[in-house]
Design a protein around this ligand. Structure first.
Ligand code: ZN
Length: 245
C-alpha cells in the first residue's frame, strides 16, 4: 500500500459521491494497493479492511482524529480528539480471513468473517433483521448437533448471538467502541468508530478546500489544475498567502 496523491484523492472523491460505504472503502484501498487484486480486497474481513483504511487515513491526514458529537442527554456539542493508535485494535494483515469453529453446549458451528462481498449482498435489504439473516446464512459455513448437520435457521437465538459475539471477538477492528463522556452533564455513552464514514467526511471537506485553492491560484496565475494539485500543500499555501497579500 502507498499513500494517495492529491489528484488521485480528488478523483476518488468525485467518483464516490453517490456510492455506498463498502464501495468507497474498496475504491480507496484499490487505488492505494495496485499490487493487490480487487477480488482479494473484497474478501478481506471488515476488520482487515478497516485496519488498512486507518493506515491510509494516517498517511493522508496525519495521526490526529478530530470529530464532533452531540451529547444525547443535554445537546452540548463535544469536540473529540483521538490518535490513530487509540483506534487501532488489530494489526494490519492481508492474510485471507480464516474459517473459525465455535463449540457450544449442543452445537458445533463453523463460520467465516463478514467481508465486503457480504456487504454488497445485503445492500438491497433495508430491513436490518433480513440483512442479518442473509449475512449469517452466507457466513455460517456449517452447524452440527448430535452428529447431524443443521441448516443455520434451526439454530436457537442464543447460539446465533454467541456466533455474532465470537465474530466480533476475532475481528475487533470491525467494531471499535469509543467511550464518550459529556463535560457539561457527565453523561457517559459508547459509540462505534466507523473509519469509512469518518475518512470520507474528511476527504469531502478537504476536496472543497483544495478545489477553492485551485480556483484561486488558477485565476491569479493561470496555472493548470494538474500543476497546482501536484504542488506540496506547503508550497500551495505559500502562494495562497501571497495572493491574500
Ligand atoms: Zn451532556
Amino acid at each position: 500500500m502507498r499513500s494517495l496523491s492529491a489528484s488521485e484523492l480528488l478523483n476518488i472523491w468525485e467518483w464516490g459521491r453517490n456510492q455506498p460505504s463498502w464501495s468507497k472503502a474498496i475504491k480507496l484501498l484499490a487505488s492505494a494497493c495496485s499490487e493487490t487484486s480487487i477480488d482479494m480486497l473484497t474478501q478481506l474481513s471488515l476488520g482487515q479492511r478497516d485496519a488498512m483504511l486507518l493506515t491510509l487515513r494516517e498517511w493522508t491526514f496525519g495521526s490526529q482524529l478530530l470529530s464532533q458529537v452531540t451529547c444525547p442527554n443535554c445537546g452540548e456539542v463535544l469536540e473529540l480528539n483521538f490518535d490513530v493508535a487509540d483506534m487501532r485494535v488489530a494489526s494490519l494483515s492481508l492474510e485471507p480471513a480464516e474459517k473459525y469453529c465455535l463449540e457450544l453446549a449442543d452445537y458445533e458451528v463453523s463460520f467465516r468473517l463478514p467481508n465486503s462481498l457480504d456487504m454488497i449482498a445485503i445492500a438491497e435489504h433495508t430491513q436490518p433483521e433480513i440483512a442479518q439473516e442473509v449475512l449469517l446464512e452466507r457466513c455460517i459455513l456449517g452447524a452440527v448437533s448430535d452428529g447431524e448437520c443443521l441448516p443455520f435457521q434451526q439454530l436457537p437465538s442464543d447460539a446465533i448471538n454467541a456466533i455474532i459475539s465470537q465474530m466480533a471477538l476475532v475481528d475487533p477492528q470491525a467494531n471499535v467502541p469509543i467511550d464518550i463522556s459529556c463535560s457539561t452533564c457527565n453523561h457517559q455513552w459508547q459509540s462505534l468508530f466507523d473509519i469509512v464514514s469518518f475518512f470520507w467526511a474528511e476527504i469531502h471537506t478537504w476536496a472543497f478546500r483544495v478545489l477553492r485553492e485551485v480556483h484561486t491560484l488558477a485565476v491569479t496565475y493561470g496555472w493548470r489544475e494538474a500543476d497546482i494539485l501536484a504542488m506540496s500543500p506547503r508550497r500551495r499555501q505559500f502562494y495562497l498567502e501571497m495572493v491574500a497579500g
